[in-house]
Design a protein. Structure first.
Length: 197
């Protein structure tokens, strides 16, 4: 999981479907951002100052970096959230990064198991759409679903778990899993290794 960046600036058109999708993604991963409507004078000034007057919208400004023609896919690629698994064998593979999957990753990794969690979307599952979860232990005042997922992901990573997002499992048979066209097969001990036909 890439660390939360300082506040981003996003310039785009509020009613464009891809722009909305980008805003929704940033909200669900608890990434602070300022939205500036592309037709405003402020947006024109920002784009002109960066030499991006002709840039394809939306534009995401992340410190000194800019991503023009920004989509969820382009942004997570720039943040290295779509990197493939780094190992070929894991003690435990968890499919799904909702609260239960993230908790399992924390417990497994803290017990020393090499752990990977695979999620086809963003961390948090349905909880990432929830503005306030009031019944999660440890947070008597409640916590936002996206923030809970971000904290749980950080905790799992702190114990050594590997989190792979926007690259879900696409199939399985007899403990064989396909991730981005590459097959992984489970050993009797629950380890994953690349499958060779």
């Amino acid at each position: 999981m890439s660390p939360v960046r300082p506040k981003l600036v996003v310039l785009g058109h509020r009613l464009e479907p891809e722009d909305y999708r980008l805003r929704d993604f940033l909200t669900r991963v608890a990434q602070p951002f300022d939205w500036i409507e592309a037709d405003s004078g402020e947006a024109r000034d920002i784009l002109e100052a960066r030499g991006l007057s002709e840039a394809t919208l939306p534009v995401v400004i992340d410190g000194d970096q800019t991503v023009d023609g920004a989509t969820v896919e382009r942004l997570v690629e720039a943040w290295h959230l779509t990197d493939p698994p780094s190992r070929t064998e894991y003690d435990l593979a968890i499919v799904g990064a909702g609260p239960a999957g993230l908790a399992a990753a924390v417990y497994a990794a803290s017990d020393g198991l090499s752990t990977i969690i695979l999620e086809r979307d963003v961390p948090g599952g349905q909880a990432s759409h929830t503005s306030l979860i009031e019944n999660f232990f440890g947070f008597p005042g409640g916590i936002g679903g996206a923030e809970l997922a971000r904290l749980a992901g950080r905790q799992a990573e702190g114990f050594g778990a590997e989190l792979v997002f926007l690259r879900g499992v696409t199939g399985s048979r007899r403990a064989t899993y396909r991730v981005d066209g590459r097959e992984w097969r489970g050993h009797r001990r629950g380890r994953l290794h690349p499958h060779r036909p």
